[in-house]
Design a protein. Structure first.
Length: 296
C-alpha cells in the first residue's frame, strides 16, 4: 500500500509528429515570417507593428511604399499625385506589358514610386517613396517623370523634399529612355537647389545602378538604413575589373558612411524622429507648418 502511495505515475512518452497536409493547409499563408539574418520565426503581424524590423537581430525587412508612408506621414495628411501615370512599352520589348500588368496586380500600384504631400509631426513635406516590389524598383520613364514632378511640387509649395530610394537601377526594358531619367531627375534637383529648397535622400536596401548614380546621391542630407546595399556596378564586375578582392562590407551603408559618402546610417525606428529634427532646423523661425528653406 505504501509502495503504491510513493510510486510515481509513468508519464506517457510524447513523440514529435509531422503535420498532415490538411493541417499545413489550415495555417494561413503569410502568418509567420522567418528572419533571413538570424532565422528567428515570428508572427508577421508583430513584425509589421515593429516597422518590419526584427526584434531579435534588428534586420530591416523590406517595406512597401504605402507601409513606409503610413509609418512616417501624419495620419490623414497624405495626398497622392499622378497615381494614374503609367509607363508604356516604347521599345516593344517582348512580354514587358504583361510583366507590368502582373506587378500592378501584385502590388496595387501603377508604377514603382508613389509621391505626394503630407506632414511629418506637423511639418509639411513632399515625399516620394520607391517600392522594390514593383519591377525591383527599377527606374523607367514613368518613374523618372513622377520623381521629377515631385521635385517640381517641392519648388512650387516650398516644402522640403524627401525621397526614399529602393531600386535595382535603370529599367532595361526601356533602354536609353530609362538611362535618360538619371539626367532628368538630376537637372530637376538642381532647379530645386537654385530655388533654395531642401532635399533629404534616404537610401534603403537596395539602392543600386542608375538610381544610386543620380538623384539618390544628391541630397542636402544623405541618409541610409542599416546594412542597405548601395552602389553602382555589382561586386563581381568591380573585382574582375580592378583585379582585387573587395572588403566583405563593401557597398553597405556602413562602408559608405565610413568613407564619407553618407551623413548618417539611421535605424528605421529612429527615422521619423531624426527627420522631424532636420525639418525643425530648416523651418522658418522653427514654426511648425511654415515653408522650409536652406540658407545660402
Amino acid at each position: 500500500m505504501l509502495k503504491d502511495i510513493f510510486t510515481k505515475k509513468k508519464k506517457k512518452r510524447r513523440y514529435a509528429t509531422i503535420p498532415s497536409e490538411r493541417a499545413k493547409q489550415e495555417v494561413p499563408e503569410g502568418l509567420m515570417t522567418k528572419c533571413p539574418s538570424c532565422r528567428t520565426i515570428m508572427y508577421t503581424k508583430d513584425l509589421k507593428k515593429n516597422l518590419a524590423v526584427c526584434r531579435t537581430c534588428g534586420h530591416h525587412h523590406r517595406m512597401t511604399a504605402k507601409e513606409r508612408i503610413a509609418a512616417l506621414v501624419d495620419a490623414g495628411t497624405f495626398k497622392e499625385y499622378d497615381q494614374d501615370l503609367i509607363g508604356k512599352n516604347p521599345l516593344d520589348f517582348p512580354g514587358y506589358e504583361e510583366k507590368l500588368a502582373s506587378d500592378q496586380k501584385k502590388t496595387g500600384l501603377n508604377e514603382a514610386v508613389v509621391y505626394g504631400t503630407g506632414k511629418i509631426n506637423d511639418y509639411p513635406v513632399v515625399i516620394a517613396v520607391m517600392d522594390a516590389n514593383f519591377r525591383m524598383g527599377s527606374m523607367g520613364a514613368a518613374v523618372g517623370e513622377k520623381l521629377t514632378r515631385a521635385v517640381e511640387k517641392a519648388i512650387e509649395t516650398k516644402f522640403p523634399l524627401l525621397i526614399f530610394s529602393a531600386s535595382g537601377g535603370a529599367r532595361m526594358q526601356e533602354g536609353i529612355l530609362s538611362l535618360m531619367q538619371m539626367a532628368k531627375t538630376s537637372v530637376a534637383l538642381e532647379r530645386l537647389n537654385r530655388a533654395g529648397g531642401l532635399f533629404i535622400s534616404v537610401m534603403t536596401h537596395p539602392t543600386t545602378g542608375g538610381v544610386s548614380a543620380s538623384f539618390a546621391s544628391l541630397g542636402d542630407y544623405n541618409f541610409a538604413e542599416p546594412k542597405a546595399l548601395i552602389g553602382f556596378a555589382g561586386r563581381r564586375i568591380i573585382e574582375q575589373t580592378i583585379r582585387q578582392e573587395l572588403p566583405d562590407d563593401f557597398q553597405t551603408a556602413e562602408f559608405l558612411l565610413e568613407h564619407g559618402q553618407l551623413d548618417r546610417v539611421v535605424p528605421r525606428l529612429e527615422m521619423k524622429s531624426l527627420l522631424t529634427d532636420v525639418l525643425a532646423i530648416h523651418s522658418v523661425a522653427g514654426r511648425r507648418g511654415s515653408p522650409s528653406h536652406v540658407s545660402g
